[in-house]
Design a protein around this ligand. Structure first.
Ligand code: UDP
Ligand code: MG
Length: 319
């Protein structure tokens, strides 16, 4: 089988990369004789990203573009792209060429062999600042712990069969975590290793705070393990209470009244802290429930490159 391959490319403030990336991916796929469409999703960029996408679409009819009404984040972009994709399989790839397009044909071959999911796995993390590597390392360790999916080497660079795409876009949830969800679907999957390249232009937009927020959001939207942690904390407090209580009782029986004002303060602080952290964790879940219940869409589409050309056709002007 030789079905159409849709390449979904989330792009946020990537004006310097669009044309170059479109060119690079297209030439690889054309060279391999793979029928393709390139779908750029402009995530509410503040620069000329969408203009570049329009230019790319004019240069190559296989290129399409969608602009979201504002910045919704990479997750929303990926889902917007999957929703619009027409191919029998989809590849999700970064716009900065950190995911090498040369790997796509290899993924495509594996798909032809019958795999439904081909995961791009990082063989190295490429050149990153020490600080970024540390925070990303911590992030993945935490995430892998909580989601019970090994995320350390995983990436958003994947090929998905139509079946998988249909499952993902039909999910009701708003707070999604693409990287782990493909594991969750359980379809037949395999891996392809790739070397993370250096960012082509511009710089990564992740700050430490951004990463922490992303981690908390993903953990609380994917698993309830932190809630069980709260139970564990409560049990630990109770055990401490029993031990200290017994000790006090024995001392009391031996006629030595318990001394230790500090112990009281420490205990108060510990229990107070534990309760507040627990409430915080629960609060995050309530926030997720609140967001899900409101049922707002994951993203809003402002315009498509196809719309622009039909408008030109209608009134004869070239915008
Ligand atoms: N991206 C996006 N929306 C955002 C942030 C990033 O669509 O709000 C896109 C970005 O254009 C790029 C990809 O997600 O194609 C990865 O972003 P980046 O290179 O900044 O992250 P990193 O490679 O450091 O994980
Ligand atoms: Mg990048």
């Amino acid at each position: 089988m030789g079905g159409l391959l849709s390449v979904v490319i989330p792009s946020y403030n990537e004006e310097e990369n669009i044309l170059n990336t479109a060119q690079a991916i297209a030439s690889v796929l054309r060279g391999e004789g793979i029928a393709y469409e390139l779908l750029f999703i402009d995530d509410g960029s503040r620069d000329a990203t969408y203009d570049r996408i329009r230019e790319a679409a004019q240069a190559d009819p296989a290129v399409r573009g969608i602009a979201l009404s504002r910045n919704f984040g990479k997750e929303a972009c990926i889902f917007a792209g999957l929703n619009e994709a027409k191919g029998s399989c989809c590849v999700v790839i970064d716009c900065d060429l950190q995911h090498p397009p040369q790997v796509i044909p290899q993924m495509y071959r594996l798909w032809q062999e019958g795999y439904d999911i081909v995961e791009g796995v990082k063989s190295s993390r490429g050149k990153e600042s020490f600080f970024h590597r540390m925070s990303a390392g911590l992030f993945y360790k935490l995430m892998s712990r909580f989601t019970k999916v090994d995320l350390n080497a995983s990436s958003d660079f994947k090929l998905l069969d139509r079946k998988v795409v249909d499952v993902l876009v039909s999910l009701q949830e708003r707070n999604t975590f693409f990287r782990a969800l493909t594991f969750w679907t359980g379809f037949k999957s395999t891996e392809v290793e790739f070397e993370v390249a250096e960012r082509a232009h511009g710089q990564s937009k992740w700050s430490l705070l951004g990463l922490i927020r992303y981690a908390v959001r993903n953990v609380t939207s994917f698993t309830t393990v932190p809630l069980q942690l709260v139970t564990g904390l409560g049990i630990a407090c109770l055990i401490g209470f029993i031990i200290v209580g017994l000790q006090t009782f024995i001392r009391f029986c031996m006629g030595r009244s318990a001394e230790g004002f500090t112990t009281v303060i420490l205990l108060l602080l510990f229990i107070g802290g534990a309760i507040m952290v627990s409430l915080g964790i629960i609060g995050h879940y309530i926030a997720r429930i609140f967001e899900e219940v409101k049922g707002r869409p994951k993203y809003i589409i402002r315009e498509r490159t196809e719309d622009a050309s039909s408008r030109e056709g209608a009134d004869g002007t070239n915008r």
